[in-house]
Ligand binder design. Structure first.
Ligand code: NZQ
Ligand code: ZN
Length: 391
């Protein structure tokens, strides 16, 4: 194993009714002004907004609303939130939503107290946070990204067509309330794409050095089997509480840094998706569903031993009579079949790209930051080939 330090400063509260049970006391630990941040309005339709407002009113808080946070939040939206937080001298940001709302609020918590340009200093390149970001609390309404228990924030700068994520310990939320019942109203495609996103966080960590026997990979295999099993159950019955609970907690587990301990995962698949997302604004999990099987076909030979282990441990494929390469291939194809089975797009066209957008592919490929590569270093031509094959 590689050396590591483990820290996670977010206190997670999980389960039915956790918001009404714990939010009042949590609010009492912060000052009077709370900025409630949310997306396009699903929380109003589901009743979550009313529930939270009632708790805030009873707690005697002054509420500032920061609304309309879009999927794939933009840098412009971050600046809007920071301006609002500064104007109202906000004491706590309460992010109510999914990864987009959480990520936007993490960036706002920094931008509201930082005098420089946060995009240039913390997203365009990695920076060092020497200020104290505003306190952030999260109420999760859709699972998948795992953003609720890490310091990661993926922001899109529309001006330069770059979508990029950074993880800063200082941006972890102070608390996260995770009620699986809140996720029941999430549309089916979003539920599935969120769960698939979690699965890719596990795979991107698993398919990376070191591969010697290590605790992180063993936990990872248990989580990958759990996401496959529970997503199938949740598709069958969206109100299966156990399945929805497992989908929430395993998505948190995939990204709360535990799986990454001692591993070098470079998230090359996410880098491909982020560039695609910057150009197409596609749903994150759907973009990954299209790209990951194609990407893995490119690296499966270099990482054959691990892909073979994936085939037998996660998909239960018998190694009998098969070479390592054949088994590795079966593992990747089992993943591709699973994408089809759960109804996610398998090509860029199914993702919604139109014929005239095909000419964007070289720019999308060029926009991918080239990482050292988990098993194989991908050069520009091969990255373009992945997008072409995904067409
Ligand atoms: O905007 P509203 O009206 O609230 O609707 C949202 C949105 O349309 C809806 N929704 C949320 N909760 C709901 C609900 N609809 C009904 N009932 C509910 N309870 O769901 C839609 C999607 O929400 P969004 O937050 O965009 O989805 P997700 O959680 O998948 O977040 C995606 C963003 O997170 C980034 C992605 O790149 C993308 O920008 N990621 C963040 C990561 C991190 N910080 O660690 C890691 C990930 O790999 C990912 O890159
Ligand atoms: Zn992701």
């Amino acid at each position: 194993m590689e050396n590591f330090i483990f820290e996670n400063s977010t206190k997670a509260y999980f389960g039915k009714g956790c918001v009404s049970q714990y939010l009042p006391n949590l609010l009492s630990q912060y000052g009077k002004t709370v900025m409630v941040a949310y997306g396009g309005g699903s929380i109003k339709r589901t009743g979550i907004y009313d529930e939270i407002m009632e708790i805030l009113t009873k707690a005697g808080k002054d509420v500032v609303e920061f609304t309309g946070i879009m999927a794939n939040p933009t840098y412009a939206k971050v600046l809007e939130g920071a301006k609002l937080a500064k104007e109202h001298d906000v004491d706590l940001i309460l992010a109510v939503g999914g990864g987009s709302v959480m990520d936007c609020c993490k960036a706002v918590s920094l931008a509201a107290v930082y005098d420089g340009d946060v995009w240039n200093d913390f997203w365009a390149k990695a920076g060092t946070i020497e200020v104290q970001p505003l306190p952030l609390g999260i109420i999760m309404t859709v699972s998948g990204t795992g953003s609720e228990m890490n310091g990661g924030a993926v922001i899109t700068n529309e001006d330069v067509k770059v979508k990029t994520g950074r993880d800063y310990m200082e941006l972890n939320a102070r608390f996260a309330l995770l009620d699986p019942l809140y996720t029941y109203t999430v549309p089916k495609l979003q539920m599935v794409s969120g769960a698939f996103d979690s699965f890719t966080h596990m795979m991107e960590t698993y398919f990376s050095a070191p591969d010697a026997d290590n605790v992180s990979d063993s936990i990872n295999e248990a989580l990958m089997k759990s996401v496959v099993r529970n997503l199938r159950k949740a598709i069958e019955n969206p109100e299966d509480y156990e399945a929805r609970s497992n989908l929430v907690w395993l998505s948190t587990m995939a990204e709360n840094r535990i799986l990454k301990l001692g591993k070098k995962g470079d998230f090359q698949g996410h880098i491909l998706e982020h560039s695609l997302g910057a150009f197409t604004n596609c749903n994150h999990g759907c973009g990954l569903a299209v790209l990951l099987p194609v990407y893995y076909r490119h690296i499966k030979v270099a990482g054959a031993e691990k892909f073979a282990r994936f085939a037998s441990e996660v998909w239960g494929i018998s190694p009998e009579g098969k070479t390592t390469a054949e088994l590795a291939n079966d593992g990747v194809e089992a993943l591709a079949s699973f994408v089809k089975e759960i109804g996610l797009p398998t090509t860029l066209r199914e993702l919604g790209m139109t014929d005239d957008q095909r000419e964007w592919l070289p720019q999308i490929a060029a926009g991918c930051v080239v990482s050292p590569g988990s098993y194989k270093h991908l050069e520009g031509d091969e990255i373009l080939a992945i997008f072409e094959e995904a067409w």
